[in-house]
Design a protein around this ligand. Structure first.
Ligand SMILES: Cc1ncc(COP(=O)(O)O)c(C=O)c1O
Length: 382
């Protein structure tokens, strides 16, 4: 078969700002690794999912209601919105529900960014902030970190009359570091209310046990009209595959998110499962405790193997390995373990490793021991 020749000038040209945007590369899926390497058992520690699985209460609702898949959902997710508002002692107009918190990052960019306006992010802040901003043609200002943590003072200083959004993730992905209440309030007091400050708390359930971790809801959104807090059902609630997240902010901001969202942006089953998962506090508590134990185990084990590991307030670890991370990633893959190399952040010697179940964490350490041992031997030979 002959394929038509590509004549670029005769093709529809994409928006100019797409030139600087690479498609997002998610953690390698289990199925892909099984197919490529012919492996049966694969452990995935690459996307910070909940290793316990989904909340059983949510699963029950999914089984009960699966026949409703033929119906359109209620577009504004009203029941979930009300439940979330009650959870945070606010009114439903203060909550927007979206397709994961990633969906809300996109909506914020669509609602607020004109081309060439500025967005402030942190050097190794969650990469989806800058990617979404660039899609709108915005200009991204990246502020160096301090000890692998968002430097909120320096970020506040970079605000200009062109700045529209400022993104913070706390705990941050991939570093696992967090900001304190004092740092956060300092930034909010300094930054003009014309700039929307987006605080992504995807991993807050794991971080609340750390004494200096900030408390944003509801107090800070009541006090600061430009603060937007993002949360997700993908982590502690175990529903990453259903794509549900939400934003909490004053109604004047939520109204604009509603203007740009797709009419049915969260599926009928996703809304119902999230509503149930929200009530399943025992599941969240158990998961957080499991992560805390697994994190200690991995932290100590990886350090004993000669890697530098950062203290993390989330459900993953940020690890500097003694040889190129790509090599370690590939060697682990051949042993059926998927982790995440950090090359997209320009970090060639770092991996991000999600905390798994005890057997998965043991398998990771065992495989790391083999792989790092082999890497050392090869180094000596050269
Ligand atoms: C800091 C942070 N924010 C947002 C997300 C997006 O999560 P989701 O779209 O599944 O809610 C992630 C995913 O890993 C994350 O690490």
């Amino acid at each position: 078969m002959r394929f038509p020749e590509t004549v670029p000038s005769l093709h529809p040209s994409p928006r100019a700002c797409l030139a600087g945007v690479a498609p997002y590369r998610p953690g390698k899926p289990i199925g892909e690794v099984q197919r490529e390497l012919g492996l049966r058992r694969v452990v995935k520690l690459a996307s910070n999912e909940n290793p316990q699985g989904a909340s059983p209460r949510a699963l029950k609702v999914l089984r009960r209601d699966c026949r409703e898949a033929y119906r359109y959902p209620e577009g504004a997710s009203p029941l979930l919105r009300c439940a979330l508002a009650a959870e945070h002692r606010l009114r439903p107009e203060w909550v927007a529900v979206g397709s994961g918190s990633d969906g809300l990052i996109r909506l914020l960019c669509e609602a607020f960014l004109e081309p060439a306006e500025e967005v402030i992010v942190s050097e190794y802040g969650f990469i989806r902030f800058s990617q979404n901003a660039r899609l709108m043609g915005a200009s991204v200002v990246s502020v160096p970190m301090r000890n692998w943590t968002h430097d909120l003072e320096a970020m506040a200083e970079r605000v200009t009359s062109h700045t529209k959004l400022l993104f913070i993730a706390s705990p941050n992905n991939p570093t696992g570091t967090y900001n304190t209440q004092q740092q956060l309030e300092g930034l909010l007091a300094k930054v003009s209310s014309r700039v929307a400050v987006v605080l992504d708390e995807a991993y807050c359930h794991y971080a609340v046990r750390y004494p200096r971790y900030h408390r944003s809801l509801p107090d800070l959104v009541l006090r600061f009209p430009n603060l937007v807090v993002l949360r997700t059902f993908s982590k502690a609630y175990g529903l990453a595959g259903l794509r549900v997240g939400y934003a909490v902010a004053q109604p004047h901001i939520v109204r604009h998110l509603d203007q740009v969202r797709l009419p049915f942006n969260v599926g009928v089953l996703s809304q119902r499962a999230a509503l149930e998962a929200l009530k399943d506090r025992a599941f969240v508590r158990k998961g957080v405790e499991g992560v805390e134990k697994g994190k200690r185990f991995l932290f100590e084990g990886l350090r004993a193997l000669g890697s530098e590991v950062l203290e993390s307030a989330a459900n993953f670890l940020f690890v500097r390995v003694p040889c190129p991370a790509r090599k370690i990633f590939e060697a682990l893959l051949r042993k059926g373990i998927i982790v995440r190399p950090m090359a997209e952040y320009g970090l060639e010697y770092h991996l991000r490793i999600s905390v798994g179940l005890p057997f998965e964490n043991r398998a990771l350490l065992k495989a790391m021991r083999d792989v790092l041992g082999k890497a050392k031997k090869t180094d000596h030979r050269h």
